[in-house]
Structure formats: C-alpha cells, structure tokens
Write a protein that binds this ligand. Sequence first.
Ligand SMILES: Cc1cc2nc3c(=O)[nH]c(=O)nc-3n(C[C@H](O)[C@H](O)[C@H](O)COP(=O)(O)O)c2cc1C
Length: 379
Amino acid sequence: MTVRTHALYQPWSVRNLELRNRFVMSPMTRNFSPGGVPGPDVARYYARRAAGEVGLIVTEGVGVDEQQAIDSPRIPVMHGDEAMAGWKAVVDAVHAAGGKIVPQLWHQGAMRDPDISDNPQWRGHRPSGLWGTVGNTSSPADYVARMEAPHAPMTDEEIADSIAAFGRSARRAIDVGFDGIAIHGAHGYLIDTFFWADTNRREDRYGGDAAARARFGVEIVAAIRREIGEDYPIFFRFSQHKQQDYDAEIATTPDELAAILVPLAEAGVDVFDASIRRFNRRVFGEEHTLAGWARRLTGKASMAVGGVGMNNWLRDMATGRGETLSVDNLDEVEQLFDAGEFDLVAVGRALINDPEWTRRAVAGEAFAPFERDRLARLE
Ligand SMILES: Cc1cc2nc3c(=O)[nH]c(=O)nc-3n(C[C@H](O)[C@H](O)[C@H](O)COP(=O)(O)O)c2cc1C
C-alpha cells in the first residue's frame, strides 16, 4: 500500500472553487427524491462521498424551473421552496464533511416520457419535433415506440422560457450554497438535440451549421453566467453519443467540434465534461480523447469519464455483456493526464459502489469488489 502523490491526488482550483483532488463524482440519476424533493437520505448519500474524500460532487440530473423539464416525480428539481430547503440540507452536509458540490441542471427534452410523469399532457420540448433517428440504442422498444412520433417544434417563446428556466435554477442553486453549476448538454436530452443535426432541422437562428446549432446551449450558458456572476465555475457536459443512437455524432471533425465548444467557452464554460463510454477512447483518429480535444480546442479545462475503476463501460453492464468488476486502472489515468488529455476525472459506478473509493485511491488501498445491486440502493 503506497500513498499516491501524482498531481491527480493534489488540489486544483477553478474560479473560486478549490478542490482537494481532481476526482469528481459523475452525475448519476438515483430517483430517490419523491415529489422532486431531496430528503435527508440524499444528503447522507452525498455527504458520505464527501467524507470519502472525493474532490467534487456533481449531483444527479436536477430538473430546471419548468414544469415539463423532467418526467419521473422521483427526480429532484431545482425550484420550489421545499426542494430548495432539501438542497440546502444536502449542500450543508457535504460542506460539513469537507466536500464541494455542484448540481447538474437538466431539461430532458425529447427523452421526457410523459407516461411516467405526473403531467402526461405535457410533451417534452424538441427543437424540430423529432425524437431522433433510431440507431444503435438500448432504449426499450415500447419506450421508443411511444416517443418516436414527431410533434410540434419548439416555438420562440418556449425556447426563451427554457433558457430563462436554466438561469433561474442556477441562481437558486447558488443561493442555497452550491459551489458552481453543471449543465447537462449530452446524451440526447434537450440541449443536445439542438447540437445534433438529426434532431435540429430548424431554419431560424437556432438551426443550420454547427455554430447555429450551438446557439441554444450558448444562450443558456450566458443566462447562467449573468445570474451567478464571475466567482462560480460552470461545468458543461457534452457527448457525441445519444441514447437514441450510440453511434450518433454532433461533430464529425475537430473543426466542427470547435464550432460548438468555442462559443460555449466564450459564453462562460470553465470545464468541459466530455462524456464518453471509456476515458481512454480516442476520437477523430488515434491522437486524442474527447476530453483531450475539448481542452485543446477551447483552452479551457476538461474532464474525462467512463470506466475509471471499472473493467467495462456502462452499456456493457446494462446489456449484460460480460461480468462487471472493480479494477485499478489508475496508472493509465495518470498516463493520460500526463499527456495533457484532461484536468479532472469523473467517476461514476465505482463511487456508487463504494463511498470510500477516492480515499482508497489516494491511500493506494485495494478497491472494494463491485456489487451491482448497490446501483439500486441509496447508501
Ligand atoms: C445509475 C446511473 C445514472 C446516471 N445518470 C446520469 C445523469 O443523471 N446525468 C448524466 O450526465 N449522466 C448520468 N449517468 C452517466 C454517468 O455520469 C457516467 O458518465 C457513466 O456512468 C460512465 O462512468 P462510469 O463508467 O464511471 O460509471 C448515469 C450513470 C449511471 C450508472
């Protein structure tokens, strides 16, 4: 057992946020907040990871202040006094345990399933009314069948309302003590359906080339920056893959990716959270990872994710391909960090499995065996 001293295990800061190391709890929906309100069990769950020395917690996706932002009534929201009191208790518990925490603001858009919501009369917002061409997907067939039919594209008023909803929720989050804001711009949800040419066929200022498709996300970042000022960092999660099609792309070249990410950076993003199946996977050729490209193209910090501490990637586990195991792959994480591929490392399943995962990583201790049923519990 040798204490690890690599830069990954040392402090790092962005704007006024100081982290004790570069490990970040990846955003993970847990569905344990009835009525959208996170309770004491949610506070204990996050505080345990803070006590386990994770540098930063990004919460599960949290619905922004618009009724049709999310579907399940067990997903937490960032509006309403009851939910905000719940979040204040979460933030206080994390800070008391020595941790830092930012909420992942979420608008599900095309992926919102009216049938599991309390308000089935509201359909999820879609830039052009489309769910997306079904490709390599593990979404259940009955869900796809329900979602596939097109409906009305978002109106200008709906676009303006959704942007404002992100701004309001960011403000409320900062008011209860969150340390910054994370935005969910990935995986086929609302912002990502603007980036993706397949779902964005608009002929107005929000559609067209990559820069025009980025505009909705850019206006959200700008609204949040206006609301929260200059002290707090903004994290932005983006992805090539969609739940509608794992092989989909928002950009086919680094130049096209730059056309999306650079305006987001200029609007106020500090850290690009490059969501991908495995942290070491190269894109656009063999040279760089998605996080590596984001860092090089924007000059901002980036975060890698996918399979850190795990032998496989999430979808292999979800589709039952092979056994899912805890592994120590930190040597490879360190090598890619040294090659300048990212500044932060997000850890998902390994941190649900073991709240002490980061402390063990720092101490050079063996990791706990992976127990899949922990993903169904809030501990
Ligand atoms: C149970 C579960 C829920 C997730 N929910 C979200 C979410 O709300 N927002 C998000 O951006 N990603 C979500 N993800 C993806 C994770 O943040 C992460 O990118 C993915 O699990 C890969 O990291 P890992 O291999 O370390 O688990 C979720 C993953 C899991 C396992």
